[in-house]
Design a protein around this ligand. Structure first.
Ligand code: GLY
Length: 401
């Protein structure tokens, strides 16, 4: 084990603060929370710094666990991690339900990706072939077969892919349950912002909060979603290359008289844009999502809402009857290769768990396990090695040589 990778307990932290923790997690979204929970289960003393734990992108996300239907060309390595996390979901959800005493809205309902015209159908056929080559299970259905499964679909649907292995969870419930599980496991919450990383003798040593409090720790995990790329005090060469990617999402309510409106997640690419409808058991219907490179903007726009409703209406005309109960925009933490950054950085004592982009909810279980392993051993487990933050510093070095 390299000396720069040696995990430190609080007793090793370069601070005389008696309240230093073994692990300090910056960011209380689902990634920070699962890291904190798993670390606490391993016997670490853990602190989370976040003004509103359980918030972040999970408040907006639809919660699709769509390793198969969201497969993209060039993302085969990420697929391995996505599948590893999808396989963990049943046990993870059962354990978290037990630990928190809360229902997560985990629904093993499957997904139907449909085509509305000949181009969409050709696109879906390509995806089907890619899934097949990747050893994934999906079944091609005619338009009639799609409508037999989901009678609310538009009569013009030309065919689709049935993926029974792509499920869903309610991300807000997931986040709330993680907060409770953390509290029950002894995690301490500081409901404030981390203003700056503290570095002492070339080692991350904790943070200073906006309230001026100094929090010391043996190891610091930066898990602040899209904000991870701009925490003051983090050396430039270590700062993760994450950026905010805006997603606008709508929530509608299915009145009891229309239930079940949809039995599974239904999605399509309409005029080049993804649209998905995720039906919850409690009657909520989530419609998402735009994907916009607009920096830190989280405005809900008339154009965004219009496009989502227009595309969703083409798929499922009956949605115009449903009450529109919420519109919201969130920021996905995008990385240069759309995959997360997990594990130790070149700054001793600083680890990353960020850059999960479209897959934060799906990757929550595997991220918790990976981070607990790294915090305990100083090493990334085999399945997470391709996601080391060092892959970007290597690229930078090569570019400048
Ligand atoms: N994974 C769905 C989205 O990011 O919109």
């Amino acid at each position: 084990m390299s000396p720069t990778r040696t995990p430190a307990r609080s007793s090793d932290a370069p601070s005389s603060d008696a309240r230093a923790s073994d692990v300090l997690v910056i960011g209380g979204g689902i990634i920070g929370l699962v890291t904190a929970w798993r670390a606490a289960q391993r016997g670490f003393t853990v602190t989370v710094v976040d003004p509103e734990p359980g918030g972040g992108a999970a408040r907006v996300a639809a919660g699709m666990l769509a390793a198969v239907t969201e497969l993209h060309y060039g993302e085969q390595t990420l697929l391995g991690l996505n599948l590893a996390s999808a396989r963990r979901y049943p046990d993870f959800a059962a354990e978290l339900t037990e630990a928190s005493g809360q229902d997560l809205g985990y629904r093993r309902c499957g997904t139907l990706a449909v085509a509305l015209d000949a181009d969409d159908r050709a696109h879906l056929r390509e995806l089907h072939a890619l899934q097949h080559r990747s050893g994934l299970e999906s079944e091609w259905l005619s338009g009639r077969e799609c409508r037999r499964l989901e009678p609310m679909l538009a009569p013009g649907v030309r065919g689709g892919l049935r993926v029974d292995g792509d499920h869903q969870i309610d991300p807000r419930r997931l986040a709330k349950a993680l907060v409770t599980a953390c509290e029950r496991a002894g995690v301490e919450f500081h409901r404030t912002w981390a203003e700056r990383l503290t570095v002492v003798r070339d080692r991350a040593a904790g943070v200073v909060t906006t309230g001026g409090e100094q929090l010391a720790a043996g190891q610091v995990v930066l898990a602040a979603g899209s904000l991870s790329g701009k925490l003051p005090g983090v050396p430039a060469e270590v700062l993760p290359p994450v950026r905010p990617v805006k997603g606008q999402v709508l929530r509608l309510t299915v009145p009891k008289r229309y239930a079940p409106f949809l039995n599974r997640t239904v999605r399509a690419v309409v005029r080049g844009s993804q649209v998905y409808l995720v039906p919850r058991e409690n009657g909520e219907l989530v419609v998402g999502a735009t994907s916009e490179e607009l920096g830190w903007d989280t405005t809900v726009t008339a154009g965004g809402v219009y496009e989502l409703l227009r595309d969703a209406h083409e798929l499922v005309p009956g949605i115009t009857e449903l009450p529109l109960t919420e519109t919201r925009a969130g920021l996905r933490p995008g990385s240069p290769d759309n995959a997360p950054l997990l594990g130790p950085t070149a700054l001793d004592g600083l680890l990353l768990a960020t850059g999960h982009y479209r897959n934060g909810v799906l990757l929550t279980p595997v991220t918790g396990d990976v981070m607990a392993h790294v915090l305990t051993t100083g090493e990334l487990p085999e399945e997470a090695r391709p996601f080391t933050p060092g892959r970007f510093s290597t690229a930078l070095t090569e570019q400048t040589v």
